[in-house]
Design a protein around this ligand. Structure first.
Ligand code: IMP
Ligand code: MG
Length: 176
């Protein structure tokens, strides 16, 4: 099998969008501090760029989860591999994701985080595949791009741990 990648969103398009998102968050949270929670590993590239475009005080923390089942079908049963370093009680939290697909992972994660009594909790995602959603309790507050139901890589997103380092988002194609 040969793999090839075609560009879906260029580095410049991503950069422009992330600047807009950072500006919007800075306005929405003016006078406060936001606590960004990055879902490892895919969300790291987006979170770093987003954090750089936010002009109010920012703190960050990381969480790693894995869904049971195989790599391509998410089951919604999620295991916490690495928990946050610090409590989030009283904080204004924004969960930062690379992509929302079925929404199962986030549905679970948001429940877990809400139980820890943050002052507020919102969700920012670089990409969303709305056609794929199977849960109705995941509301996205900040979306970079809505994309069609195709498998994408780059900017943190992987296929078998590869391609995360691409500076753009591309569609992965397979051929004989
Ligand atoms: P969900 O629980 O189905 O929303 O799973 C979302 C997770 O699946 C993301 O955080 C990614 O790790 C992975 N994922 C979903 N779609 C893609 C894709 O197109 N490329 C790479 N990873 C994806
Ligand atoms: Mg992810």
């Amino acid at each position: 099998m040969q793999e090839s990648v075609s560009v879906l969103l260029s580095e410049e398009e991503l950069d422009d969008k992330i600047r807009e998102m950072g500006a919007q968050i800075s306005r929405d949270y003016a006078g406060r501090q936001v606590h960004l929670i990055c879902v490892l590993k895919g969300g790291t590239f987006f979170m770093c760029e987003l954090a750089k475009r936010i002009t109010i005080p920012v703190s960050i923390d990381f969480m790693s989860v894995s869904s049971y089942g195989n790599d391509t079908v998410s089951t919604g049963i999620v295991r916490i591999i690495k928990d946050l370093d610090k409590p989030i009680e009283g904080k204004d939290v924004i969960v930062v994701e690379d992509i929302i697909d079925t929404g199962r992972t986030l549905s679970y994660l948001l429940k877990v985080l809400k139980d820890r009594k943050p002052n507020s909790i919102k969700l920012a995602t670089m990409l969303d595949k709305p056609d794929r959603r199977v849960v109705d309790d995941v509301n996205v507050d900040y979306t970079g791009f809505n994309i069609p139901d195709e498998f994408v890589v780059g900017y943190g997103l992987d296929y078998a741990e590869r391609y995360r380092n691409l500076p753009y988002i591309g569609v992965l194609h397979f051929s004989e």
